[in-house]
Design a protein around this ligand. Structure first.
Ligand SMILES: [Zn+2]
Length: 113
């Protein structure tokens, strides 16, 4: 029997993509993808799902104590990739030449830079 853990999980979202939050507390927000966690199906998006964190002062690292805001991970299914013309869209795959690219399912524009 094959184990699921060795299976490559496909994600349509990559680091540095611009995504829009389509559901949840931060619905409507747009941001740059800081990190993708394919195994967990989660993503870290800049300025999205900010949580307040209490920070202890650490003079050696020049950290002032207090409350800092930090992004927390949200589910990949809560965000959609932004197409420059259509907005948030579903992502398709197409072969262009000898490489596979991500395309907008609405207008067919390549979403890979
Ligand atoms: Zn499009």
């Amino acid at each position: 029997m094959q184990t699921a853990s060795t299976e490559h999980k496909r994600t349509d979202i990559r680091r540095n993509d611009t995504v829009k939050v389509i559901t949840g507390r931060d619905k409507g927000k747009e941001g740059r993808v800081l990190r993708v966690f394919p195994d967990d199906g989660k993503v870290l998006v800049e300025h999205v799902m900010l949580v307040k964190k209490h920070v202890r002062p650490n003079p050696q690292r020049n950290v002032k104590g207090g409350i800092a805001e930090q992004e927390s991970r949200i589910s990949l299914s809560n965000v959609q990739l932004l197409c420059p013309t259509c907005g948030p869209v579903r992502v398709g795959r197409e072969k262009r030449g000898d490489r596979k690219v991500r395309v907008c399912k609405k207008c067919g524009t390549t979403l890979d830079k």
